[in-house]
Design a protein around this ligand. Structure first.
Ligand SMILES: Nc1ncnc2c1ncn2[C@@H]1O[C@H](COP(=O)(O)OP(=O)(O)OP(=O)(O)O)[C@@H](O)[C@H]1O
Length: 218
């Protein structure tokens, strides 16, 4: 981890609205604190993915600002800043690459050599009990296996902000615990961890709960 990735900052949304047509986020102000697991809950279509996308710099807010450690997360091109890692709801994996390569590319994008990236990817897959799937093309994997590859890719970077969009929706109870333990460990090393979820058990386990409905914090 580089000096700027020590994970001491908070992720802040300040009066964020997003209106690409319909009003999808309405004057959202919230702080996701470093060192805490925050559950972001709300019904389907309430705006959880939209909020995470703006928080992480994938999408520009229409008004207001999302900042990490005081700097805007929107960099003008839809690429998140290097301090922010995602576990995406739709995984965003490359079908023809192996599980190990899919995890390693998150590190390659941050300048890690192929050898180091491959070793760290292997260790990240092991963390989610799927080291044996490293050589398999992800298009051959089940939904739950894909979700764990996506978790490995999100966590392998060791970023100070981790935004996880329903990271356990396809998993059995044992693997839900593995993923939640891993996310908890990230928070304990000082990371901002936000989990969008429908699962009341995850809300219960979180340090902080933010509820959203129809684009507004409730
Ligand atoms: N670019 C867009 N233009 C118009 N509507 C959009 C756009 N992006 C998302 N939406 C709509 O915004 C609403 C919020 O979507 P979002 O994916 O943020 O909800 P969510 O809470 O994550 O839902 P789920 O729990 O089902 O994943 C939905 O009604 C969706 O159809």
């Amino acid at each position: 981890m580089t000096a700027e990735m020590n994970g001491t900052g908070d992720l802040v949304l300040d009066h964020v609205s997003y209106q690409p047509g319909p009003l999808l986020l309405d004057d959202v102000s919230v702080t996701f604190a470093a060192g805490r697991v925050t559950a972001l809950s709300g019904p389907s279509g309430s705006g959880k993915t939209t909020l995470l996308s703006i928080a992480g710099g994938l999408v520009a807010p229409s008004t207001g600002a999302a900042t990490y450690d005081g700097r805007a997360t929107w960099q003008g091109d839809g690429d998140p800043p290097p301090e922010i890692a995602f576990v995406l709801q739709v995984y965003g994996l490359v079908p023809i690459l192996s599980a190990r390569e899919n995890v390693a590319i998150a590190l390659r994008a941050r300048g890690t050599s192929w050898t180091d990236a491959s070793d760290r990817a292997e260790a990240a897959l092991a963390r989610f009990d799927i080291a044996d799937l490293g050589d398999r093309q992800v298009e051959e994997l089940s939904g739950g296996q894909l979700q764990r590859v996506a978790c490995a890719r999100g966590l392998v970077v060791g970023a100070p902000v981790l935004l996880a969009d329903e990271p356990t929706s396809e998993l059995d109870q044992g693997n839900v615990s593995v993923v939640l333990d891993a996310l908890r460990a990230e928070a304990e090393r000082g990371c901002v961890v936000v989990i969008a979820t429908h699962d009341p058990a995850i809300v219960e386990l979180a340090d902080h709960h933010v509820a959203i409905d129809e684009g507004r914090i409730t």
